[in-house]
Design a binder for this molecule. Structure first.
Ligand SMILES: [Mn+2]
Length: 195
């Protein structure tokens, strides 16, 4: 089973994550940041990954440390969960619309971390959440999950829709890339023999 429990504690944040890649998208998220909880619920829902996250961070300062560190912890947990990547589709790409927003996502479970980010938000905040934190989250997630992730905004005028479309698109991509191809269930999908 592709399941893991993982935690990470610093002077700034204390985070625990429980993940089941082969779940049904059930989530229990408490980061102390309501909008971020809403985004992480989308990530679980549309990836079919069961996700339990408890984060206590210094959100009295701002949300930066908590968002970044949840990204790190989530990435580390995913990297542990996928193991040797036997049988996975490995690649996925998605064009994800949400009302006015259209987001393009491509993912590769290559083992080589790289984030391409081409998203400009029309506003600096969604509610009390700084829109610059979206890229902070996906950078720390990508680097620690050891994945290659490309995220590009095609068009969009509403920052809430743009941010949410990114989370849904990444979720959909994770689901597709991590699903097992029955024709190669015992094979690591690389000519190198490892990923
Ligand atoms: Mn929403």
């Amino acid at each position: 089973m592709r399941k893991e429990k993982h935690s990470r504690k610093t002077n700034e944040t204390d985070i625990s994550v429980q993940m089941n890649v082969d779940g049904s998208g059930v989530s229990e998220i408490d980061t102390g940041i309501d909008f971020f909880n809403h985004m992480l619920d989308q990530l679980a829902k549309h990836s079919l990954i069961d996700l339990k996250i408890k984060a206590k961070g210094d959100i009295n300062i701002d949300y930066h440390h908590t968002v970044e560190d949840v990204g790190i912890c989530l990435g580390e947990t995913l990297n542990k969960c996928v193991g040797d990547k036997k049988g996975i589709h490995r690649f996925a790409s998605v064009l994800l619309p949400m009302d006015d927003a259209l987001i393009q996502i491509a993912i590769d479970f290559s083992g080589r971390p790289y984030l391409f980010w081409d998203v400009n938000f029309p506003t600096s905040k969604v509610g009390n959440f700084d829109t610059e934190l979206f890229s902070e989250f996906f950078r720390s997630f990508t680097m620690n999950a050891c994945i290659n992730l490309h995220i590009k905004l095609i068009h969009g005028i509403n920052s809430h829709h743009i941010g949410e479309a990114i989370f849904k698109g990444v979720a959909q991509s994770l689901k597709n890339a991590l699903s097992i191809d029955p024709r190669k269930s015992k094979i690591i999908p690389s000519t190198k023999g490892s990923l």
